[in-house]
Design a protein around this ligand. Structure first.
Ligand code: NAP
Length: 332
């Protein structure tokens, strides 16, 4: 098999020929057709992620065909087209993952490869309405977006929801989920074009987070949002606390822009708002996300596809920040 391996942090991934994996009991070998990038891959290659172990085959999102089943796995899986759950050992609690939870790809073998060994429990049948690129674009971002919007924020039809940094992989899926759930969706982004793309996908409008008064512009256009879904954090986080409606919910799943410089406790208790963290999601969240994707025929937006051997260009594309949605690798 071929795989894109991180051998040393802050160096490009190296495409290597490795020996094929053998399926352990309860596991299968999937011949990967496509994988997709997440910001996590960038953080790891730059050395900005906890517990980095090298060498590591990178990649958390994958879709492909079951090539081999290990002992104890039903032969019915052979030849099935599948999407992989991107977590390992979520555990029994729906509120949060177990202490042994891992994300697929570093330290375990990831999806930037032609094959992967996956647990039978991680297999989910590919949706017929999604092509291979869209299938690999869905798992991690879709799971994170679904849990943030529905399990954590409990978005209700008709509520005003603000999604920050809509060009991001998670945010673009959160936009689609919220629109389909009947939310009045507003967005922020770094570019006019991305805001226009979000409007074409059902958003009511948006503001550019690079402008000084972006938060006032949100209030002027949308009023105070009852729900905010944020993956950026940074200085803008304090503004979210300012603009959220009294009794509102702010769900944060990432910190692309770093730590907030100010968190106004007075506003938090006076407005009776909820600040909620969210990380990926449980296997049952994954099922629920797929049920919505299937019933509403949702397709994750793809902004670029690269061959596996071009993985470093794909990572550069993500770092450039011009993408809207997901960047996909063609593995086979
Ligand atoms: N907790 C979890 O389970 C989980 C899961 C997935 C991701 N994450 C984290 O969530 C973040 C996003 O992940 P991703 O894979 O969606 O990454 P991504 O595709 O690279 O998206 C990042 C987006 O952040 C937006 N952004 C950058 N600076 C911003 C700012 N100052 N204010 C508002 N938005 C800003 C940009 O939006 P525009 O393009 O619109 O400008 C950009 O597209 C990352 O930090 C990642 O590590 C966490």
């Amino acid at each position: 098999m071929k795989a894109a391996v991180l051998k040393k942090i802050q160096t490009p991934l190296v495409l290597e020929e490795l020996s094929n994996r053998e399926a352990k009991p309860g596991h299968v070998i999937v011949e990967l057709r496509t994988a997709s990038l997440n910001r996590r891959d960038d953080w790891i290659t730059r050395g900005l992620y906890p517990g980095i172990q090298v060498p590591a085959i990178m990649g958390s999102d994958g879709a492909g065909i079951v090539l081999e089943v290990g002992p104890g796995v039903s032969g019915d899986w052979l030849g099935q087209e599948v999407i992989l759950y991107p977590g390992i050992h979520w555990g029994d609690c729906e509120e949060a993952q177990s202490s042994t939870f891992q994300v697929l790809g570093m330290p375990t073998d990831g999806t930037f490869a032609t094959q992967i060994m996956a647990s039978e429990a991680a297999l989910h049948k590919k949706h017929r309405h999604l092509n291979w690129d869209e299938s690999a674009a869905l798992p991690l971002a879709g799971l994170t977006a679904w849990r943030a919007v529905f399990k954590q924020a409990r978005l209700q039809p008709g509520e005003t929801i603000l999604i920050t940094g809509v060009g991001g992989g998670v945010a673009a899926l959160a936009l689609q989920f919220a629109v389909h759930a009947g939310g009045q969706v507003w967005v922020t982004s770094s570019s006019k074009e991305k805001i226009e793309q979000a409007i074409a996908m059902g958003a009511k409008g948006g503001s550019n987070y690079h402008s000084e008064d972006w938060y006032r512009s949100v209030l002027d256009q949308a009023g105070a949002p009852q729900v905010i879904i944020d993956g950026a954090g940074g200085k803008g986080y304090g503004r979210l606390i300012e603009i959220v409606a009294p009794g509102g919910r702010i769900v944060n799943y990432g910190a692309t822009a770093g730590y907030p410089d100010k968190v106004d406790l007075f506003k938090i208790f006076w407005k009776q708002i909820r600040l909620q963290g969210s990380t990926m999601g449980s296997p049952s969240d994954f099922q629920a996300m797929h049920a919505m994707v299937e019933s509403k025929a949702i397709k994750p937006p793809i902004s670029g596809t690269f061959a596996l051997k071009e993985v470093n260009h794909a990572l550069d594309q993500m770092r450039l920040g011009t993408h809207f949605g997901k960047i996909v690798l063609r593995c086979g």
